[in-house]
Design a protein around this ligand. Structure first.
Ligand code: SF4
Ligand code: SF4
Length: 408
């Protein structure tokens, strides 16, 4: 996706210095046909026009043209969006909803009350930008889960947190494996704390695909969460760190759909930065999702495995086939989940910030997976994996979530 980050000139309606806003041309490109509505998870759950893509674009246009303010109602409409971009894929007019919602969220964030704005900036920009803080949070989470202290944590957080086993946290991940062109593997934030087995499996998978797999250091976020939640400056700071880290690599391999999708847009994100623009574009061109490599899974008789498509694979990167192909190569029979590929409701911090809507989507997804009859479900994005495993646990379905790297 072209992902230009534009700050409107002074004097445009609802202008704030240095704050993004949806592009004027983008907001008028919607012809209000409504063909996207049946594809929008929040519209399907609520039936409200204000929770639909058409309604959200209508509101963005009113703000852009100065007929409405960025007020509480506008904030709710934008906050309730998953940014799953199913509407963008369905839209016959090519409306670039993904970049519009990111800009609209930046408008909303800039006008939140100071304490709320500071708390969000601290969580999204500060913690995720510091490897030691991510590690500390992971250790705290693992200890609270092991000692059942988590019962003291509000359900809104404990229900949506990943299960971090203490043993898993100590899992060693090789720093280097294999021969061939250098493939740096993104260490990331959540993956490196909650999915260390997957991280180790990813190193083996990359080496098996004919690369010298080198584990990226230090642990650090790609910035997708910050961008997704309306903090572009924090997202740019993290992007610069990752660019400096990966400039020497032939390929940059990413095993999380949301992160690979975001890192491919670094060139657009930093296009206006004279020092970083070209460097960002060079690194972005070398980013590959793990499923884009010529993976060589161990073939075995594995039976049926349900396939969950992360929105950032199908709507962001037009990647539906690769996950099914990896499963087939591994000797499994991919099984479609009977829910038209609807978003699972994870969407970054959505499960914490919008617990009711997210909970509805989590349960719908879990029930659809259980209805598929498979006992394993392949998921290639950490947010989806946490959300789906929690949903399956809630409904008591004996289905285990796996990352495709674990088959290799
Ligand atoms: S976003 Fe596209 S599909 Fe949806 S109402 Fe607008 S033009 Fe129609
Ligand atoms: S991004 Fe997803 S939740 Fe948001 S309007 Fe589009 S389809 Fe609906």
């Amino acid at each position: 996706m072209s992902h230009e980050v534009r700050i409107p000139p002074r004097g445009t309606p609802n202008w704030l210095p240095g704050v993004l806003a949806p592009d004027e041309e983008d907001v008028v490109s919607c012809v209000s046909c409504g063909l996207c509505l049946p594809h929008c998870p929040t519209f399907r759950v609520t039936g409200r026009e204000t929770a639909s893509p058409r309604g959200r674009i209508f509101a963005m246009r009113a703000v852009t043209e100065g007929r409405a303010e960025v007020d509480g109602e506008f904030a709710t409409m934008m906050d309730e969006c998953l940014a799953c971009r199913a509407c963008e894929t369905a839209c016959p007019s090519g409306v670039p909803f993904g970049r519009m919602i990111e800009a609209a969220r930046a408008q909303v964030e800039a006008r939140r009350p100071l304490p709320e704005r500071t708390a969000r900036r601290l969580g999204i920009g500060w913690v995720l930008g510091r490897p030691w803080a991510i590690g500390l949070m992971g250790t705290g989470l693992a200890l609270s889960q092991a000692t059942r202290l988590e019962r003291l944590v509000p359900a809104r957080f404990s229900r949506t947190a990943p299960r971090v086993g203490l043993r898993g946290l100590l899992r060693r991940i090789p720093d280097e494996l294999g021969d061939g062109p250098t493939a740096c593997v993104l260490t990331g934030c959540v993956m490196d704390v909650a999915f260390r087995d997957v991280q180790a499996a990813t190193m083996r998978a990359v080496a098996g695909a004919g690369h010298r797999a080198v584990r990226g250091r230090p642990r650090g976020c790609c910035g997708a969460l910050a961008m997704h939640h309306g903090h572009p400056e924090a997202a740019k700071a993290m992007a610069r760190e990752r660019i400096a880290e990966f400039e020497g690599a032939d390929v940059v391999v990413v095993n999380a759909a949301g992160c690979s999708n975001h890192m491919k847009t670094y060139g657009h994100l930093l296009a206006d930065d004279p020092e970083w623009g070209e460097r960002a574009a060079r690194v972005a061109a070398r980013v590959r999702d793990l499923l884009e490599l010529d993976l060589q899974p161990r073939t075995a008789e594995r039976g049926a495995i349900a396939v969950h498509d992360a929105c950032h694979h199908v709507n962001g990167q037009d990647m539906r086939a690769p996950l099914r192909e990896v499963l087939r190569r591994a000797g499994a029979r991919p099984v479609e989940i009977p829910d038209d590929g609807r978003c699972c409701g994870a969407a970054g911090l959505y499960s914490v910030l919008q617990p009711e809507l997210s909970g509805d989507l989590r349960l719908q997804k879990a029930r659809a997976i259980a209805a598929s009859g498979a006992t394993l479900v392949a998921v290639a994005n950490p947010g989806c994996a946490i959300q789906i495993q929690n949903g399956l646990r809630e409904i008591g379905a004996p289905v285990r979530v796996i990352h495709p790297a674990e088959l290799i």
